[in-house]
Design a protein around this ligand. Sequence first.
Ligand code: AHR
Length: 333
Amino acid sequence: MRTTKTLPALRKLIAAGAVALVLAACGGGGGDGGEAPAGGGEPLTMGFAQVGAESGWRTANTTSVQESAAAAGVELQFSDAQQKQENQIKAIRSFIQQRVDVIAFSPVVESGWDTVLMEAKRANIPVILTDRAVDSTDTTLYKTFLGSDFIEEGRKAGQWLLEESAGATEPVNIVELQGTTGSAPAIDRQEGFAETIAQDPNLTVIASQTGDFTRSGGRQVMEAFLKSHPDIDVLYAHNDDMGLGAIEAIEAAGKVPGTDIKIITVDAVKDGMQALADGKINFIVECNPLLGPQLMDLAKKVAAGEEVPARVVTEETTFDGESAKAALPTRQY
Ligand code: AHR
């Protein structure tokens, strides 16, 4: 049993008040109180440091975490870091001060977490990585990592292009819209795609730049790509939102997205799936944001001192136009 469970409730409440102030200062939301557990004991408290609200995927992920916490009777302290690492570090320190039972977070970038994770470890508060990984070599700093295999997602995107352009005798010019610089999905989706398309020397990435996973970023960078490269054949965007922004730029330039420029994206949120069904996107690699139920399950286990797998990989698929049309009526996000 962890020491926090024996703290007087009053001490916890005073600490929670102090933390609420700090979180408000760095853009954090208030508590999203879970229902009391059926057994009548103290509810599990979780501090969750979210990346931000940069994409449709992120919004769906936040909803999943908040709804699952309420359903599982977990008392959630939710903080939105507005895509800034310093805000996430502040939130984690606040959670430590508050002495929550479990800390979960989706690291905005891969590097620079060792110090704060060591502080959590010293405070005997288990940490769960969700959605994105850290590059720390000390794997004792967190209990488990729940999320997608981003390298595999990049490979699936590259594989579709390999098959689509099989037999091409001319060079195929690809532009790439990267996610947030230094983030695990940006690094890994680039790596998986590059290693796969390397099998065909005709496939060349002629420009690659970050659009920060946002629709506006995707539109602005694509506008610049179109000005400097009149001969773009393919766009590979690391998420749907950047792809959707790029579609606006492509149409404004008088070209037809999905026809003049083939488009591959990652996520499969509703807006992306609609564009795929409409023929404006050609292929989407799914990245599932509905991590909440598994996260709550893992949190209860680590708080109880149970062993959990070091890595829990999310199951995902891919979509073309036809499968998008079939999936859209029941798509949850
Ligand atoms: O970490 C997951 C990625 O973050 C999603 O693919 C993207 O849309 C989000 O912003």
